[in-house]
Design a protein around this ligand. Structure first.
Ligand code: NIG
Ligand code: FE
Length: 407
């Protein structure tokens, strides 16, 4: 007996195989104990729906995909940077704004000044936007607090905002995002604080499953990231890396050497970097929102990633500066139109490959034994999820760990 059974549905299982989208026409999904207990063609069900399940749901002839996963966001922050948006349109660059004390550091000031309630409420609104696009899991990074207390406050706000929006939040400690002003000229002291105080505190409170670092000329160097990554790896945390966004810092290879689950941005990653990522199984997270908003000059090497068998994920990078993108469907469209992904690759990028980018093996596909996180769509074909730009979401319903949820 299933707790519930979904019928009148086509399924985009996203299981690799000969069938595009791993699709099953006229399928059914049986759910028990929050997990997928049965999946296949409706005609192969071992009985009538009413006899098999306590509750039978109709998908109205639409499509069921895995619940979408936004695997890279900075959804907790104070204030916003609409004025920097205006300044950039007047011709002042992102790097110039950062040098003037704007950019990430302006959001650090606003985040430190915000109460935990303000942070939580702001994040919950943004996570609700993601939920209307069928998202059931969101990775949320810290990185605008940059003190022990403020990083923890951000992560607690992320944890509280998840249930308010009906999504599961996984926290990531991005302590190495920028050196805060009070540590200028004392970088090593900040690195010490990040690895030896922030990390154990966030871990001890159960707020994180991953760490991240901004490896870039304007941010942190490989040798600076090392102690933070070593401590995180020893603690069994997933490693993520912002890499090669503004220049080739050999970030793809660095992520591979560390066994990172993902390297993100990657506009300047070399073919060698892509090869190293392929060998080590590092997922490439593509963030077309930041590429678009910053007017970047280079696209990530999608052809190299394909050649070297690198899995590609797609995410919003939702943040107040480089990517105020509040729709994962929009990020999917941009990944297709700006980076040349196929709609199938884009959907894979927000399901199966997004799960790998987060080091999660219990979701991201419609497969027996995995969590019953589903998105039910009123579309004729799953390519429509990447096709429409703007407008109301075609989402009919979401199911999180077996339970229908409303944002
Ligand atoms: O992923 N690259 C670094 N961090 C963010 C930008 C954050 C900001 O501008 O506030 C990113 O694009
Ligand atoms: Fe980011």
């Amino acid at each position: 007996m299933f707790d519930s059974l979904w019928v009148d549905a086509h399924l985009a299982t996203m299981i690799p195989g000969p069938e595009p989208y791993g699709s099953i026409r006229d399928g059914a999904v049986g759910i028990r104990g929050g997990h997928i207990a049965w999946i296949g063609r409706r005609a192969d069900l071992p009985g009538t729906p009413g006899a098999l399940a306590r509750q039978v749901h109709s998908a109205e002839g639409g499509w069921i995909t895995p619940g979408l996963i936004d695997c890279h966001t900075h959804a907790v922050f104070g204030g916003n940077r609409a004025q920097e948006f205006e300044a950039r349109l007047r011709g002042i660059s992102y790097a110039e704004l950062a040098r003037q004390g704007g950019g990430i550091l302006s959001t650090v000031r606003a985040t430190r000044a915000a109460s935990r309630e303000e942070l939580t409420r702001g994040a919950a609104f943004r996570l609700q936007d993601l939920a209307t696009d069928g998202v059931t899991t969101v990775e949320v990074k810290s990185g605008y607090g940059l003190t022990v207390a403020d990083e923890l406050r951000m992560l607690r706000a992320a944890r509280e905002a998840g249930p308010m929006a009906g999504v599961e939040v996984k926290g990531t400690l991005l302590a190495l995002h920028a050196v805060p002003p009070e540590f200028s000229g004392r970088r090593d002291a900040y690195l010490d604080l990040a690895a030896n105080e922030m990390l154990p505190a966030a871990l001890g409170e159960g707020l994180i499953t991953a760490v991240d670092a901004f490896l870039e000329g304007i941010a942190f160097a490989p040798r600076e990231v090392e102690p933070f990554f070593r401590r995180a790896r020893d603690a069994g945390l997933v490693l993520r890396l912002h890499a090669d966004q503004l220049e080739d810092g050999d970030g793809g290879r660095y992520a591979a050497e560390w066994g990172a689950a993902s390297a993100d941005h990657l506009e300047y990653t070399s073919d060698d970097g892509a090869r190293a990522m392929g060998r080590a199984g590092v997922t490439a997270v593509l963030l077309p929102g930041a590429y678009l908003v910053l007017g970047a000059e280079r696209r990530p090497p999608v052809a190299s990633f394909r050649n070297h068998g690198v899995d590609m994920a797609v995410a919003t990078d939702l943040n107040p500066g480089s990517s105020p993108v509040r729709s994962l469907r929009l990020a999917m469209n941009l990944a297709c139109t700006l980076f040349g992904l196929t709609p199938e690759e884009a959907l894979c990028g927000v399901t199966r490959h997004a799960a790998s980018a987060m080091g999660l093996s219990d979701r991201g596909q419609l497969r027996e034994g995995l969590r019953a996180d589903l998105a039910i769509w009123g579309v004729d074909h799953p390519s429509e999820l990447s096709y429409w730009l703007g407008g109301a979401s075609p989402l009919l319903a979401r199911v999180k760990a077996g339970v229908p949820v409303h944002a």
